[in-house]
Design a protein around this ligand. Sequence first.
Ligand SMILES: O=C(O)c1cc(=O)[nH]c(=O)n1[C@@H]1O[C@H](COP(=O)(O)O)[C@@H](O)[C@H]1O
Length: 271
Amino acid sequence: MKFTEKLNSAWQHADSQLMVGLDPDPRRFPAELQGKPDAIYEFCKAIVDSTAPHICGVKPQIAYFASQRAETQLEALCQYIRERYPQLPIVLDAKRGDIGSTAEHYALEAYERYQADAVTVSPYMGFDSIKPYLEWEEKGVIILCRTSNPGGSDLQFIQTEQHTPVYMHVAGLVADKWNKNGQCALVVGATFPEEIAKVRQRVGDMPLLIPGIGAQGGDIEQTVKAGRNGTGRGMMINSSRAILYASTDDNWREAAAQAALDTRNAINAVT
Ligand SMILES: O=C(O)c1cc(=O)[nH]c(=O)n1[C@@H]1O[C@H](COP(=O)(O)O)[C@@H](O)[C@H]1O
């Protein structure tokens, strides 16, 4: 199934636009997992099991696995999610960007090794660096546009010759040229709702990945008002730390489930 179809069906199935980010930091794991060889896999699996009814997808961040030499745990996790929750899209957050011949291998890594439904990429190196991902027509390509971090403004706010900021130029390029197959989405940070609204206006109903609520302090109401599309949906609103580490006591699974449910309800409550 195509990424966008899977996402549409997940939005409806769970009545949720919340995506859980899997950013496993062993230093923050509950006591029962400390020192276990497969702790990263076990932690993420438990988070997915606890939150699955309340979410529209999962976004593993590859650096958290690679830094711990835990890529095989990420492979096993993706396989588990595909088998146990086939309705949940997996977005591999890797923020790749390189020349075409190398990008081919990043695409293989994301779509074949990890069997992800979509991958995050940087537009900085231009179309030929994105094309190898677009050739996987069933898969999603999620392009950084207006990122949630303060330093994002250093480059993304530079005015182009057309008197638009770089992030709006990226939104236009993707909407008008790169998204021929309807497989693209854009990353816009919840910390910048005004810019979310401008991007939404520019790109029509294209899906937006919106990190920055929870630990980074983005406002849910402003985010939803700015980011929803003509169907009232259109967003993968990501939260990682606020859900993963809702509690480190024995009740950590239930606390993560409750945090996901509360966040989904807060998103759905926006009128
Ligand atoms: O592409 C991303 O997912 C991303 C883009 C962005 O602009 N800002 C951003 O925070 N992210 C990712 O989203 C997650 C946010 O985590 P929390 O702040 O803990 O919810 C991290 O995995 C970041 O790498």
